[in-house]
Design a protein around this ligand. Sequence first.
Ligand code: SAM
Length: 204
Amino acid sequence: VGESDLEAPTGADDFDSVAWCYDWTPIPTHPRRLHPHLQSLKGPIIDLGGGTGKYTTRMLAAEDQHAIIVDPSRKMLAKGYAKGRRASYIQAMGQRLPFGDESITAAISTEAFHHLGQDQDLVLKEVSRVLREDGAFFIEEPDPSRFIGRIMAWGEKVQGMNSVFWTPSQLAKLLEQHFEKVVTTRTGWFTYLAIARVPRPHSR
Ligand SMILES: C[S@@+](CC[C@H](N)C(=O)[O-])C[C@H]1O[C@@H](n2cnc3c(N)ncnc32)[C@H](O)[C@@H]1O
């Protein structure tokens, strides 16, 4: 992205209007918790709903790692692009990823999965399509069974967003339909990380 005039895809929660101030908002994300999982990975890593890339490069463990930020909001992406971090920026939705089958090493998504709303299952199918054998999807989310997680879920509902939040065990069940070896672990007092591995052999 940059100066291009791409239309914002319809159907996504609108982040264009908050892109100007997004990087100042406190987002409950723990990028370093991903380091042990990402450090030995080689090949492309996508940050699904990566927005302004606020956390993307902090999640990468090794200097030579590169992330591709995929997000429907042109303004969020443009903010990130202007910062010039070591990432690429692609305007697309998780529902239709512009990558070939088994072409991506890992996918990460922080504080974005709930914004996929009713299409979460479709996106999981799409992520599992593009991931290589042995690839993994790392999702950090707020837990709606925790007080602050519940407030977040309520706040997004009153703003008319499409958000769908899950507890760690509920998200694990959803992930198990497309991945195997799903584990969830707490990252903060109301956030958790779910790690879902691509089954071997890869079955789409
Ligand atoms: C709360 S922000 C999180 C941004 C970033 N991951 C972070 O942790 O700061 C949610 C992001 O999800 C993106 N998003 C919404 N719908 C999406 C979709 N269908 N596919 C991919 N990203 C989407 C939004 O544009 C927004 O940038």
